[in-house]
Design a protein around this ligand. Structure first.
Ligand SMILES: [Zn+2]
Length: 249
């Protein structure tokens, strides 16, 4: 992998004290397996960014977040494994068969970051055949983008291409979730979802839409205080970016 080497001072092999093995039963094929679950203390935060991205030193949590069945490639985030219900078993089997990685069994042990990204891609294929709402699919794509970014910032010559693709997906799914779903009770809440839509518009270069959405967030009656602070800052930034873009036309 020329040009994609880890920076030596940030490389860290997974140590046995950093994880435990969690039991899973695949809802698609019935296979019982164990997979790595990182302990919270194995994670060292370096910085937090306005789109809720957190950079870590050493282990990146997203690498192991998606558990993958070693028999059929069914993939789902560990935290919602028991909640997801398959609604089209034949469709899901066919979809997974067509993309099945040859080394499936290795996903249950120590993973490279590339394998982490592949596990997210498998989950993105799995979710549409299950009960996952656009909100869960959006979160999945957002976190896949975090992994791509966490990876890119720590390697020499990492590309932005896959990060951008995941961001576009997250943006599309959050918009659909906002328009079509009951989102009051979600972890993001209505104001959080409106805010992340604005921030993704900004990161994707549509500053006018970003300004519109941040303005909506600031005027939202039930806006959470943390979201209100972030939205004010990013609103200001998006306005400056919009003006600069207009001036250069
Ligand atoms: Zn399976």
């Amino acid at each position: 992998m020329t040009g994609r080497r880890f920076m030596p001072d940030q490389e860290q092999a997974l140590s046995e004290k950093d994880y435990w093995l969690k039991d899973f039963r695949c809802p698609l094929c019935g296979c019982v397996f164990q997979t790595i679950r990182l302990k919270a203390r194995a994670l060292t935060v370096v910085k937090r960014e306005p789109d809720f991205f957190v950079q870590y030193r050493g282990n990146l949590p997203w690498v192991y977040e998606v558990a993958v069945c070693p028999n059929c490639a069914y993939a789902c985030e560990q935290r919602i494994w028991k909640d997801l219900v398959i609604v089209d078993r034949d469709g899901l089997r066919k979809a997974l068969d067509s993309v099945r990685p040859p080394d499936l069994r290795s996903f249950t042990s120590e993973r490279t970051m590339e394998m982490g990204l592949t596990s997210f891609c498998l989950a993105l294929i799995t979710y549409p055949f299950c009960s996952a709402r656009y909100y869960e699919r959006a979160n999945l794509a957002l976190r896949a983008g975090y992994l791509a970014r966490g990876y890119r910032e720590r390697i020499e010559g990492g590309s932005e291409a896959s990060e951008l693709e995941f961001k576009k997906l997250a943006h599309e799914f959050f918009l659909k979730s906002y328009e079509l779903e009951q989102i009051e009770e979600t972890r993001f809440g209505v104001s959080g979802i409106m805010y992340i839509i604005g921030e993704l518009y900004r990161q994707l270069g549509d500053y006018r839409q970003a300004v519109n959405w941040f303005s909506k967030v600031v005027h939202e009656k039930k806006c959470r205080p943390q979201i209100l602070r972030l939205a004010r800052d990013q609103w200001e930034l998006a306005r400056e970016q919009y003006k600069a873009e207009k001036a250069s036309e």
